[in-house]
Ligand binder design. Structure first.
Ligand code: PMP
Length: 368
């Protein structure tokens, strides 16, 4: 089997899984219970949360664990905008559906601006500057795009937002955290999200980190567990496993990125030699974890199934929207071509990827 779909999800790291199992055995009590066992669980929860915040260098942030990043993005965005009855929101045309569809749902109540991207998948900062004003309540821009791997200039957005105190910045950091080194300080982002299953952790957990002085409107209602933002009993083991994944992979970011960059360059140069292939991922401002290609006059889904027959696994795009058979919106926003946007596949890399796997993939794709 050749798995090249690490952007959709990663296999669980053995040590992370071991941490999950140990915590399940040793700390099963509810963190809200007043007795000793509950307090021991609660201590583990506090410790695990503090460690994640310390690893990210965060001062004065709360962390709310959710079921995944989709939920974290929803709770964060609604948490900001539902305090208002009117206002302007600025986002991009290339957000993951867990942001994009939330924005669509807000159009009835708010003015929502979707920033264009250029042919390299980068937002138009001038367009942002033109649109942002004192009426802007939220700017939501992803850090690393999940379809092509482009990195948005979050550090420049942070600078621009300094003049607009009302506008809060939300960053979907799912494809960046533990993968690339940020050019910005997380402390300058009001709220951001991650997903543990993208960084060799288990599924069923993501996180929303937000500045302590932000009061978020509550979408869910229940106890005051997790600041009342995601109330209810949670699985402590998932949280401790998340911390383990951060502890293991965050310090390795630069080393692992170098390895990925080499694999990316290898694959990219070979793909460039295949005439029928158009490469959508640019060469600069990218994470290197993703290479998106199109084979015009073909359907992306058909290519995925052809590769699957050869025991090779890739995606057409975001797993959440890949079954919808719509033109891929990031590719369309970059290329303005329905042809490229319906014939694209996403190959995504990992430290687990071998050059032999890449060669086998190349052999098979050439024969398509
Ligand atoms: N944002 C981005 C950029 C993603 O790539 C994904 C996962 N495809 C998500 C959000 C949603 O993450 P989850 O699967 O944890 O809901």
């Amino acid at each position: 089997m050749i798995y090249l779909d690490y952007t959709s999800t990663t296999p669980v790291d053995e040590e992370v899984l071991e941490t999950y199992i140990k915590t399940t055995h040793n700390f099963f009590a509810n963190t809200s219970s007043l007795h000793k066992l509950g307090q021991e669980s609660n201590y583990m929860y506090e410790k695990a949360s503090t460690q994640v915040k310390d690893i990210l260098g965060l001062k004065n942030y709360n962390i709310v664990y959710t079921s995944n990043a989709t939920e974290a993005n929803n709770l964060g965005i609604y948490g900001i905008v539902n305090k208002y009855t009117t206002g302007k929101i600025i986002t991009t045309k290339i957000e993951h559906p867990s942001v994009y569809e939330v924005m669509k749902s807000l159009e009835k109540k708010f003015e929502v601006i979707y920033l264009d991207v250029d042919e390299k998948g980068i937002i138009n900062l001038e367009q942002l500057e033109k649109n942002i004003d004192n009426n802007t309540i939220l700017v939501s821009i992803m850090w690393v795009n999940n379809i092509v791997g482009t990195i948005q200039p979050i550090e420049k957005v942070i600078e621009m937002l300094k003049k607009y105190k009302r506008a809060k910045l939300h960053v979907d950091a799912v494809q960046g955290i533990c993968k690339i080194k940020p050019k910005f300080d997380f402390n300058e982002v009001d709220l951001f999200t991650f997903s543990t299953h993208k960084i060799y952790g288990p599924k069923g957990i993501g996180g929303l980190l937000y500045k302590k002085d932000l009061s978020l409107s509550h979408y869910l209602h229940g106890s005051n567990v997790q600041y009342g933002i995601k109330p209810g009993t949670f699985d402590l083991s998932l949280i401790v496993a998340t911390t383990k994944a951060f502890k293991k992979y965050y310090p390795e970011v630069e080393k692992n990125h170098k390895d990925i960059e080499n694999k990316f360059n290898y694959l990219y140069s070979k793909l460039e030699q295949v005439k029928k292939i158009h490469i959508n991922t640019p060469k600069t401002n990218i994470s290197h974890y993703i290479i998106n290609i199109s084979i015009p006059n073909n359907n992306g889904e058909t290519i995925v199934h052809y590769l699957e027959q050869n025991d090779i696994y890739v995606s057409t795009g975001s797993a959440c929207s890949s079954k919808l058979k719509k033109p891929e919106k990031t590719i369309y926003a970059m290329t303005n071509s329905i042809e490229y946007a319906t014939s694209s596949i996403r190959i995504s890399l990992s430290i687990l990827t071998t050059y032999k796997e890449l060669d086998q993939f190349l052999n098979i794709i050439k024969k398509y």
